[in-house]
Ligand binder design. Structure first.
Ligand code: ANZ
Ligand code: ZN
Length: 844
């Protein structure tokens, strides 16, 4: 019966679901010593429909989950919905429906699409962050962190978008505008809640070394954390007071010709009160976002009336306000050394400041030797730093500075987790009591799209009682950054129905750390830093064990069309549903796995790739059917739908080596023909290779090419091979199992067709992954062609290790070649490299 993906795939999916084959065990059900594998994919945002990026990500995860199950692992493979955030709120404004309705509808639609892909998720563990049985635990964790001192409130300048009425992350601001809407963004001070991410800066950096992550992601995280070893040094201001700088090159102190301060530096703010031109300059700089200032090449400065005194020379050094100095890094003040710092150099040239050289370096790698530096001249840079710190006698000290910022989690929006605090006139800001959680989002709100968050107008939400004094109070209206939702979701999967705790430690101890996390490279910093931070906090709260949540990370490349990212705005989307409804899920899965190595981009060049995948699946089907027809197995064929779900391999007790189903047993090795032996060697080599690809190398595309090569070898077995039926049955049985992670529907179908003689054979997805037979891993003999005067006259087999002499002798003794050698003079015997040919030249 030909495989009809459109009718049979849903049928097979139903069988999987009914058999509970996707279900992950709870900690108490795990047998002692059982191997676990936690396969995690980045949870989707329910934007409407799934896209090819999801398909790629989730197929990669599914291949691994299915492979590990077949390898005998207990597998955790869940999915949920990252369902708070701006798009739902914007859609609510646009269509006049509540964000919850929009979100629910999208989840339903996308879940249906994902199920059509045949992804083996344990849906009993599904979570959605917009539901109060999830977000109440965000609130609970917030309170725990508040107690532990990991949350604080502070005034910070934020990117403020008046139209959206919200604070934006630096990444959302491009050219002083909101990246999505183009609304203007200004800088504004606001009281915010912060998580103390900087508390873990060192650990976040150090633990990177032990992670099996892509090097580029680790580098991005190292840069994001941005640890700098340097020194702080206080300069005296002329006329009183001090300015402290942070420098990584204290050794260049004699090269200082100016001082550059952030426009937000208190010394500048004070000076600007009496200096209108300076004030105007500061306002101009403040209108540009931090992100833009960082990337801008234009150095702008304004000379103030102030000077500082050089601590060694006593020279007066002019003080500038400058756009390239950031208030939130180091001390917000820089000692300008134009000869040895690029930015300072540019600045000094522009403002006509001297550029004296104070370091001489022999090469790029040489830190340098001091020149023109008074008593320090001639010292090596490193020694000079130590000597200067000593000489500066308390005015300077070595310190470490980080780029990593504390995580501002306040958002002035509706569609997020309400921050569980209240404002009391008597007690100040007070945390809500844990027993009053969840603080639910109110329903009596309108979405107008203008003005402040709807939370600030909901009386039912605002009015509350102070948890400390019991007097009437006002509820906090900030909601949490949605990155909070995704910073611990993988732990809730482990215990999604727990009503006492976010998750039980027994569950996290049983499954953590995640063995493989697959997702997009765009999450290399924020999400993956916040997630690591949260895990460390949870560990310190005693809720989880171990230092790191994700042992191995793979970032899959994007799916492009015509060289650019598929996106709604570009109108170049290929809808996965369209592909599935034409070719079936297996063809799409196979294409996604085969098209490129996992970390590379896939260029969608039309349907050719899918057609190719579909042809391959058809060829495999035909091969199995031809085999069954030749062995008479086809007459016994039962409809796949009638095969009972059966028992999993762990219960049936079949060992991988004996689980193949053959009518006749596989003959002993020395009974097999050379071609049969060659096929079995190819089979076992493929098993070994694919196992290594999936288990150790995480190379997926080569799994498909391996299957393709093996299918060619299967096709090459002569029809009259003496033990054809047994050998084919054995090889196809293993082939189908190896195909199962990638093309699970067809594999399931062919598996029941091949095994219809057996009762209770069970599902292919629960069968054991084949194991390579060492006896067939290496060819012990090679087939050598014997030519006489350039014509093929016979074939011989010789031991692999046979030397030239032995090959020559065997060729000359070749029975089929004898008629062409008899009575002739052997002129020479040539053995070309490769050892597959012996060429005999005769005369007479
Ligand atoms: C003098 C100097 C001489 C510097 C030299 C560098 C080279 P990283 O490595 O990124 O930590 N700096 C300090 N605070 C700053 C701020 N708030 N905004 C902009 N720049 C700031 O860079 C540290 C260096 O960046 C510091 O060392 C300081 O310039 C500058 F040949 O001091 B340096
Ligand atoms: Zn109170």
């Amino acid at each position: 019966m030909p495989f009809q993906p459109l009718t049979q795939e849903p049928e097979i999916q139903r069988r999987w679901l009914e058999s509970g084959a996707f279900r992950a065990k709870r900690s108490g059900e795990l047998l002692p010593g059982s191997k676990t594998f936690y396969m995690l994919v980045m949870l989707p945002y329910p934007s409407g429909r799934i896209h090819m990026g999801h398909v790629r990500n989730y197929t990669l995860g599914d291949v691994t989950a299915r492979f590990r199950r077949m390898k005998g692992y207990e597998v955790m493979h869940p999915l949920g919905w990252d369902s708070f955030g701006l798009p739902a709120e914007n859609a609510a404004i646009k269509h006049g429906i509540h964000p919850a309705i929009w979100t629910r509808k999208n989840i339903e639609e996308m879940k249906g699409q994902i199920q059509k892909m045949g992804i083996s998720y344990d849906w009993d563990r599904e979570i959605a962050s917009f539901q109060d049985d999830y977000y109440r635990w965000n609130q609970w964790l917030f309170l725990k962190m508040w107690e532990a001192g990991d949350v604080f409130r502070a005034m910070r300048t934020v990117n403020w978008c008046e139209e959206l009425g919200t604070v934006l992350a630096n990444e959302q601001v491009v050219d002083g505008k909101d990246e999505r809407t183009g609304f203007p963004v200004v800088q504004k001070p606001l009281e915010q809640y912060f998580f103390k991410t900087t508390k873990y800066a060192d650990e976040l950096l150090e633990c990177l070394d032990g992670l099996d992550w892509p090097e580029n992601v680790k580098t991005m995280q190292r840069n994001w954390i941005g640890r700098s070893e340097g020194a702080r040094l206080a300069f005296d201001l002329e006329g009183g007071g001090q300015v402290e700088v942070f420098t990584t090159r204290l050794d260049t102190l004699f090269g200082v010709t100016f001082m550059a301060l952030s426009t937000e530096h208190p010394v500048i703010e004070k000076a600007a009160e009496a200096d209108a031109a300076l004030k105007a300059f500061c306002d101009q700089v403040a209108s540009v976002s931090r992100e833009e200032r960082l990337t801008s090449d234009v150095k702008l400065g304004h000379r103030t009336a102030l000077s500082v005194i050089h601590p060694f020379t006593g020279d007066k050094v002019p003080v500038f306000a400058a756009n390239y100095v950031l208030m939130d890094y180091g001390t917000g003040a820089v000692m300008g050394v134009p000869a040895h710092d690029e930015r300072d150099h540019e600045f000094a040239k522009k403002y006509g400041l001297p550029i004296p050289q104070v370091i001489e370096a022999e090469s790029e790698w040489d830190l340098g030797t001091l020149i023109n530096s008074g008593e320090f001249t001639g010292m090596a840079s490193e020694d000079a730093v130590t000597a200067m710190v000593a000489k500066l006698n308390g005015r300077a000290e070595k310190t470490t500075t980080y780029k990593l910022k504390d995580w501002g989690l306040s958002r002035q929006r509706y569609w997020g987790t309400p921050i569980p605090t209240v404002h009391c006139d008597h007690c100040g800001v007070v945390p809500e009591k844990a027993e009053n959680l969840p603080v639910r989002l109110p329903e009596d709100v309108a979405f107008t799209g203008v003005g402040p968050s709807p939370l600030t107008t909901s009386r039912s939400f605002l009015d509350c009682v102070c948890p400390a004094c019991g007097k009437p109070a006002r509820r906090e209206t900030d909601t949490m950054d949605t990155f909070v939702d995704s910073s611990w979701y993988w732990l809730r999967y482990l215990d999604p129905k727990n009503t006492e705790l976010p998750f039980a430690k027994a569950e996290s101890d049983a499954w953590m750390p995640v063995d493989l996390y697959v997702g997009g490279i765009e999450h290399a910093t924020m999400h993956l830093i916040y997630a690591r931070f949260f895990y460390k906090v949870l560990r310190d709260l005693g809720l989880a064990s171990g230092p790191e949540p994700f042992q191995k990370l793979i970032c899959q490349g994007m799916v492009l069309k015509d060289g650019s990212k598929m996106s709604k705005s570009k109108g170049n989307i290929v809808d996965p549903d369209e592909v599935i409804s034409k070719y079936g899920a297996d063809a799409l899965r196979l294409f996604m796995i085969f098209a490129a190595p996992i970390e590379k981009e896939i260029d969608w060049t039309g349907f050719e790739g899918i057609e190719g995948a579909s042809r391959f699946l058809k060829r495999v089907t035909r091969m199995v059917e031809d085999h069954l027809a030749m062995t008479g197995g086809d007459r016994l064929l039962a409809d796949a739908r009638d095969v009972p779900p059966g028992t999993p391999h762990s219960v049936s007790g079949q060992s991988p080596a004996t689980s193949s189903v053959t009518a006749e047993p596989l003959p002993a090795k020395d009974q097999l023909s050379a071609e049969e032996k060659a096929l079995l060697i190819k089979l076992n080599q493929t098993i070994a290779r694919l196992t290594d690809d999936l288990e150790r190398r995480y190379q997926f595309n080569t799994v498909v090419s391996g299957l393709m090569e093996l299918s060619n070898a299967l096709g090459d077995l002569p029809a009259d091979a003496p033990h054809r039926s047994a050998v084919m049955q054995h090889a196809l049985d293993a082939f189908v199992r190896m195909m199962s992670p990638v093309a699970p529907h067809l594999a399931e179908q062919l598996w029941s067709q091949l095994g219809n003689q057996l009762e209770n054979r069970g599902l292919c997805m629960q069968a054991a992954w084949p194991e390579a037979d060492p006896a067939f891993l290496e060819a012990d003999e090679v087939l050598v062609v014997v030519q006489v005067n350039g014509k093929v006259r016979g074939r011989i087999t010789v031991p692999v290790q046979a030397g030239e002499e032995q090959r020559r002798a065997a060729a000359l003794a070749c029975v089929e070649a004898q008629p062409h050698l008899a009575g002739k003079e052997i002129v020479k015997v040539v053995l070309p490299p490769g050892g597959k040919l012996v060429s005999i030249v005769v005369k007479g």
